[in-house]
Design a protein around this ligand. Structure first.
Ligand code: MG
Length: 438
């Protein structure tokens, strides 16, 4: 009865929040006025290239205060846009943007079924935008709220490649001359090495006549080419190589064993995420450092690898695991177990996600390296504040929040384009025509 009377009094006073609760909110936010989420906008753009970038703009009740986050998903862009527009937006409007952790947890459970790329991208778009708002409100870059800087800038690794060992070695030397210390070297096209040229090898009738991946060819050729590159460039550059999950079981182990003497900075994804238990065997066999998990979306994938010290770098994409909130937790977990972060930032990634990784990296002792990414010049018009790369280091704008803005009119000049086939990831095929895991 008493409660009902109090409730009625509060309603008569025209206040949705009882006075005591309002006072509590005010105390928690250090005297700042209460804040609510007024509107949510989904902004999709091609970025002046063939990107399928998706950003979320969360607009608050404070005039001019908003945040932006990345939910980009190149292969299921329309699914993320619909999930943001039709499911997250109506749930989020009216909520308190200060409560990042609670909003992350409750949005994670809002869908009942959790994890998975689309759900994580939605969480990420919200989470980054909330951190952006908090930073702007505090007048500080997000990394200050994550504990402050523990390094002067964020070291990145460069991407180079060549059709053979000689051209790859020259590319490494050019990269070193530009100031890079960490260099990923690949052979042939994207995900190259170990491919039989079109028409070569005995193929099934009427089947795949194009280039065909062959595991044993990869294990035989690529370590030999890496050895030739190392002989040419010396020990100074910290070399990486990405296997793109193309190997299985003992072939992956044998590849790691063969490159051990080359002192690689890391080899990446020698196995597909479905086969992570093999890392226990690889660990016992050799000391080649392992970077793993570009496509991880569930904590159960990375937790055992980190806590059992089976890998050296965790490769999650910040927007693929749900944003800054889980990325900072992973970095702290890495610190405790002596693993390091190497957040995935290449390819079709966007500048907002790049900066989200930057803020975690620069504030985390558990950081190892970040992947580089270059964008077309027009991106600086669409997304002013995009981070800059100078001599192998990433620099944020230093402005409050993530330090990046979005010019919606400029973004609208470059609308997102989804191909008729939905824009799938292009799969490689083996000699017998079967798909190769990417
Ligand atoms: Mg990779």
């Amino acid at each position: 009865m008493t409660n009902r009377r109090h409730f009625a009094k509060a309603m008569l006073a025209g206040s949705a929040i009882p006075a005591a609760a309002a006072q509590e909110v005010s105390r928690r936010t250090a005297g700042l006025p209460p804040l609510t989420i007024k509107d949510v906008r989904v902004i999709a753009t091609s970025g002046g290239g063939n990107y399928r970038w998706i950003f979320l703009k969360i607009i608050t009740s404070e005039p001019g205060l908003y945040g932006i986050g990345s939910g980009s998903n190149h292969y299921q862009a329309q699914a993320v846009i619909a999930a943001l527009e039709n499911h997250l937006k109506p749930w989020l409007i009216g909520k308190d943007p200060n409560q990042i952790e609670d909003l992350w947890q409750s949005s994670h459970l809002r869908t009942y079924w959790r994890n998975g790329p689309v759900n994580n991208n939605v969480l990420s778009a919200m989470d980054m935008a909330l951190w952006d708002i908090k930073g702007k409100r505090a007048g500080m870059p997000v990394y200050e709220l994550l504990g402050g800087r523990v390094r002067d800038a964020v070291p990145l690794y460069d991407h180079v490649g060549g059709k053979d060992a000689s051209s790859a070695a020259e590319a490494v030397q050019r990269s070193m001359a530009d100031g890079w210390r960490f260099i990923r070297v690949q052979f042939g096209a994207y995900g190259g090495g170990g491919f039989l040229p079109p028409g070569q090898g005995t193929r099934p009738e009427g089947g795949n006549a194009g280039s065909a991946f062959d595991e044993e060819t990869y294990v035989e050729q690529v370590p030999r080419m890496l050895e030739q590159v190392r002989a040419r460039v010396g020990m100074e550059p910290k070399l990486c190589h990405d296997v793109h999950s193309h190997l299985q079981g003992m072939n992956a182990a044998e590849f790691c064993r063969r490159v051990q003497a080359l002192q690689m900075f890391f080899v990446e994804d020698v196995l597909a995420p479905e086969q992570i238990q093999w890392y226990r065997h690889i660990r016992q066999l050799c000391t080649t450092p392992q970077a793993v998990g570009e496509v991880f979306t569930h904590p159960f994938e990375y937790l055992p690898l980190i806590t059992e010290r089976l890998i050296d770098f965790v490769r999650c994409r910040v927007s693929g695991i749900g944003g800054i909130t889980p990325a900072k937790k992973i970095a702290t977990l890495c610190e405790a177990f002596g693993t390091r972060t190497a957040f995935q930032e290449g390819g079709e990634n966007d500048p907002v996600n790049q900066l989200a990784a930057y803020h975690v990296d620069i504030s985390s002792p558990g950081f190892g390296i970040q992947e580089e990414n270059h964008f077309p010049p027009v991106v600086r018009e669409i997304l002013p504040g995009t981070a800059e790369i100078r001599k192998g280091y990433l620099y944020g704008s230093g402005k409050p929040g993530l330090g990046i803005d979005i010019d919606e009119a400029a973004a609208a000049r470059f609308p997102i384009r989804i191909p008729h086939d939905g824009g799938p990831y292009r799969l490689d095929r083996g000699v017998d025509g079967s798909v190769v895991k990417p």
